[in-house]
Design a binder for this molecule. Structure first.
Ligand code: PXP
Length: 253
């Protein structure tokens, strides 16, 4: 199968804010990083306004809405406060993620199947406001079915288990995770959902996921921001873009 279209790269800038917040000042500025990422070819910027505001702040979201030329993918938990903020800014996309205060990062996908009715009501006004609603879930048919039933247009598949298995050298487990992601991308697409993927991707793990023809967007943050310490933000993004394009290229002919 040929890819369904160009694979978009969403650069997540949360961890520029993490470094800034370590000193409580204004430097380094996530908005400056976002503009640079745009210049480097990012197709979108992703930012997660967490309930505890540990990295991105309300002012960052306000600023991103004003300065960005590419779409903002606003990640948030399904709380009333976040819904109010999203409805005020009306970003291009809203990605609903699970959030626990004690976690270091978004550890699993959203349990859509368990809260279907609430989530259906929760995303309806966001969709009416023109936001593309995406649901961050594990590669699991139950969750995909539930995301489809509640009216989401997009799902983002959690690639964390695949990336962790790779990092730990558990290659059989990694390959099994990859196979699950591949099958569930195709399944979600067959239901009419747009498929995105992300979490934990780096130069070693990105290509097999980029090669799934149904995947339209990858959201990548921590690794790109980390790698930019060594090679600069623009070259770090260019290399990710190259790996994504190379993985996609053989499929396009
Ligand atoms: N996609 C979603 C929905 C996320 O929550 C995150 C982490 O904030 C990412 C992608 C990016 O993950 P990473 O920073 O590990 O690349």
């Amino acid at each position: 199968m040929k890819p369904l279209g160009k694979l978009r790269l969403g650069v997540n800038i949360d961890h520029v804010a993490t470094v800034r917040n370590a000193r409580g000042g204004a430097y380094p500025d996530p908005l400056r990083a976002a503009k640079l990422a745009e210049e480097a070819g990012a197709d979108g910027i992703t930012a997660h306004l967490r309930e505890d505001r540990r990295h991105i702040s309300d002012a960052d979201i306000e600023g991103l809405m004003q300065v960005l030329s590419v779409p903002l993918n606003f990640e948030m938990a399904a709380t009333e406060e976040m819904q109010r903020i999203a409805l005020r800014h009306k970003p291009h996309a809203v990605c609903i993620v699970p959030e626990k205060r004690e976690e270091r990062t978004t550890e699993g996908g959203l349990e859509v199947a368990r809260e279907e009715n609430r989530l259906a009501g929760y995303i309806a006004p966001l969709r009416e406001a023109g936001c593309r609603v995406s649901i961050f879930i594990a590669a699991d048919a139950r969750q995909i079915d539930a995301a489809h039933r509640i009216g989401a247009e997009v799902i983002e598949l959690h690639t964390g288990a695949y990336c962790d298995a790779h990092a730990e050298g558990h290659f059989d487990a990694r390959d099994a995770e990859l196979e699950r992601l591949r099958q569930m991308s195709a399944y979600a697409h067959s239901l009419g959902l747009e498929v995105h993927a992300g979490h934990g991707l780096n130069y070693e793990t990105v290509a097999p996921v980029a090669a799934f023809p149904e995947v339209m967007e990858l959201n990548i943050g921590h690794f790109i921001i980390g790698e930019s310490i060594f090679r600069g933000l623009v070259p770090a993004i260019h290399e990710m873009r190259r790996l994504m394009d190379d993985a996609r290229a053989p499929l396009s002919v």
